[in-house]
Design a protein around this ligand. Structure first.
Ligand code: AMP
Length: 334
């Protein structure tokens, strides 16, 4: 595998593949089986696989874990080599992507800004209702900004993202459509999990072994149980969104209480459900969500469940001793 640590070096190496079909897997490093499954999928769709490792400061809020985000460059390189990645872009410092005079960013979220399109009605911004966007203001702008830059630099034909970050996948497809990355085909790879069901994530290493054991299974367990509940409902309508979201929340609470009793009795303030949310997996339109800080109030989404919605996405985020864990499943409408 060739490694480029500067933009100049990367562009020189990239030019040697000008006639090839190129796929691209962007990452923030600390690679695990989830990342590697994306690379395997990328290989099946191209001649050349390019990956990147860059912990993107633009997507971290000041209070978030940018400084302590795990950086494991040497072992990452071993894994990428074993998986036969052709070229890695790993900027050696932030200036390679954000030089001192950097100014232009991509924004998806604010509706308060005047609509720049003349004569167009504002049809509503689905991202504004997404709890993931509400909980992490500016996060998707940071993601969209760095991906726009990376897509322009790498010029891939195929990009592969993980369903683990379901809302991010919808944002990436929106970005590719909106900004006319006409040569890019977006692929989404399934979630890789530990044997106990915990979705693999670089942030899992913030958890102790005890926390992994007791809290690891409860996210996927709750989602699976809700999938079973969903399967019992015939002719799913908007009113059922509330039922499903509340059911999932109750599942999480019940399992949390049990795990807390087992691990750290009396310390429940360190464990919290951030939200449970149901949306259209294609458009991102929210049908309903339950945000914990709103006193567990169910918030109905603007969107109706319509016939054309095939897959719904049930997303959850919980915090275990400060570590943010997210997971999701599809609820398939038949
Ligand atoms: P990150 O390094 O966290 O930015 O993730 C890079 C890519 O890997 C993103 O497209 C993620 O969605 C994907 N990814 C992370 N965890 C998993 C997983 N457990 N299974 C599949 N893909 C994943």
């Amino acid at each position: 595998m060739k490694i480029a640590k500067t933009l100049e070096e990367f562009l020189r190496l990239r030019s040697t593949y000008s006639q090839k079909r190129v796929s691209f897997v962007p990452t923030m490093g600390n690679l695990h089986q989830g990342h590697l499954s994306l690379i395997k999928q990328a290989k099946q769709h191209s001649d050349i696989v390019i990956s990147s490792i860059f912990v993107n400061p633009a997507q971290f809020a000041p209070h978030e874990d940018f400084d302590k985000y795990p950086r494991t460059f040497e072992t990452d390189i071993e894994k990428l080599n074993l998986n036969k990645v052709d070229l890695l872009f790993a900027p050696k410092n932030i200036n390679e992507l954000y030089p001192a005079n950097f100014l232009t960013r991509v924004y998806l979220t604010p509706s308060t800004l005047a609509n720049p399109l003349r004569n167009s009605r504002n049809s509503g911004n689905w991202l504004e209702e997404q709890p993931e966007s509400l909980r992490r203001p500016g996060f998707f702008d940071g993601v969209a900004t760095v991906l726009t830059k990376l897509f322009n630099i790498v010029r891939p034909n195929v990009v592969v993202f993980g369903q683990k970050d379901a809302i991010q996948c919808i944002v990436v497809k929106q970005l590719v459509r909106d900004l006319n990355f006409v040569d890019i085909n977006v692929l989404v790879a399934e979630i890789e999990r530990e044997s106990n069901g915990l979705a693999m994530s670089s942030r899992n290493q913030y958890l102790s072994e005890l926390e992994k054991k007791h809290f690891g299974p409860l996210l996927y367990g709750s989602l699976r149980e809700t999938q079973r509940k969903f399967a019992e409902i015939r002719g799913f309508e908007k009113k059922n969104a509330k039922e499903i979201v509340k059911f999932c929340f109750a599942q999480l609470e019940e399992r949390f209480c049990k795990a807390i009793r087992e691990v750290k009795p009396g310390k429940s303030e360190n464990f919290a459900i951030e939200y449970v949310s149901l949306c259209d997996n294609e458009t991102g339109q929210v049908f309903g969500a339950l945000l914990n800080e709103k006193h567990k109030e169910f918030k109905e989404g603007r969107s109706e469940i319509i016939q054309s919605c095939n897959d719904m996405n049930l997303s959850i985020v919980v915090r275990v001793n400060g570590t943010r864990l997210l997971d999701n499943v599809l609820l398939k409408r038949i």
